[in-house]
Design a protein around this ligand. Sequence first.
Ligand SMILES: *[C@@H]1O[C@H](CO)[C@@H](O)[C@H](O)[C@H]1NC(C)=O
Ligand SMILES: *[C@@H]1O[C@H](CO)[C@@H](O)[C@H](O)[C@H]1NC(C)=O
Ligand SMILES: *[C@@H]1O[C@H](CO)[C@@H](O)[C@H](O)[C@H]1NC(C)=O
Ligand SMILES: *[C@@H]1O[C@H](CO)[C@@H](O)[C@H](O)[C@H]1NC(C)=O
Ligand SMILES: [Zn+2]
Length: 357
Amino acid sequence: VQVKRPQSSLLVSSVRLEHDYFRYHPMPEITDWMWLMVKDHPDLVTVVDYGRTHENRTISLLKIGLDTGLKKKAVWMDCGIHAREWIAPAFCQYFVRQILQTSKTDPKMELMMKNLDFYVTPVFNVDGYVYSWKDNTVSTRLWRKNRSASPPGCDCQGTDLNRNFDSNWGTVRVSSDCCSNRYGGTGPMSEPETQFLTYFVGSRKDDFLCFLTIHSYGQQLLFPYGHPNFTASNYAELMEVGLAAAEAIQEAHGMIYEVGTPSDILYSFSGSSQDWAHMVGIPLAFTFELRDNGTFGFELPEDLIQPTCEEAYSGVLHIITYAHDKAFSAAAPAATAAAAAIWTVLFAAGTTTVSLM
Ligand SMILES: *[C@@H]1O[C@H](CO)[C@@H](O)[C@H](O)[C@H]1NC(C)=O
Ligand SMILES: *[C@@H]1O[C@H](CO)[C@@H](O)[C@H](O)[C@H]1NC(C)=O
Ligand SMILES: *[C@@H]1O[C@H](CO)[C@@H](O)[C@H](O)[C@H]1NC(C)=O
Ligand SMILES: *[C@@H]1O[C@H](CO)[C@@H](O)[C@H](O)[C@H]1NC(C)=O
Ligand SMILES: [Zn+2]
């Protein structure tokens, strides 16, 4: 059980180690880092505890933005819904550092800090993440689900939180076998983690311009819907924004990210957080599947953290800038149906099949 760390415990330590953004960090170090962000940028950053896990750990986010006294729009980002995808929490930390640094030097980011609040959860599935650090065996390091007790009549623990949302729950590529890695739980939102996110985002849903959830691996930008029988009303816009983000990613280090709905480029599945976010009306919902595309899989070496974060940042920044400009400038960029046609030509031939990201 994790006790909430008072801010002062960090302030008393006189030795302040530099946080190394290009290593993986266990949960206590990430919690320390969150308080370091508050200490370094008290004008912009606060910690918000918004839930508790099955094992009673706190789920916390960093709220980042300038308090203007006005009602603001917001951006959601969560990392680490799947425990073993360690590059995702590493990306959330990098993202936070970048927006804080550039807010001092880049007028555009300064403006976005005035108009937007960024809600960033560096580790959403805290129990699973802690478990994945427990020892170096495959059964812990490659743990995906939460750590819930097994339901009656079954011996396995844990629910796949990204199959547990109330978005056509339990209908497509989800398992009712609790031993499966894609076990969806006993019902929609059966898991406390899912309930807390649903409540926190749902109660502010009109403020959120975009909902970004960060996973690995596969080098893909996915958008709603994972269910094959639904098409987002703004499919063309999502495709256009996603393609431009993928282009920005490619410009960084040459990596190719595919763009499309899960049904287009991966496999259909229901009950995901991105589908839920879009269903409640958040227009720009994206799932990032970061590097790589199969060589190291979930165990991406630490020397690849930096390029992976740099390219993903370019992609995320494109989406956020688009969302910001659409909401705050009169001449909003228009989506074109042409983007979808281009996608078909560029990517339809190269679909890869990787499972369970
Ligand atoms: C969970 O943790 C909180 C805070 O430490 C504590 O107040 C609460 O009693 C705990 N709940 C359970 C069920 O252990
Ligand atoms: C995980 O899943 C179970 C049900 O399978 C649920 O009861 C539990 O509260 C969930 N959360 C965690 C962290 O285990
Ligand atoms: C999708 O729609 C078709 C045709 O109505 C139906 O047969 C099928 O069961 C639906 N698929 C799902 C997963 O609901
Ligand atoms: C993996 O990504 C690299 C870099 O984008 C690309 O060159 C390669 O073709 C991809 N491999 C597969 C199997 O998609
Ligand atoms: Zn995942």
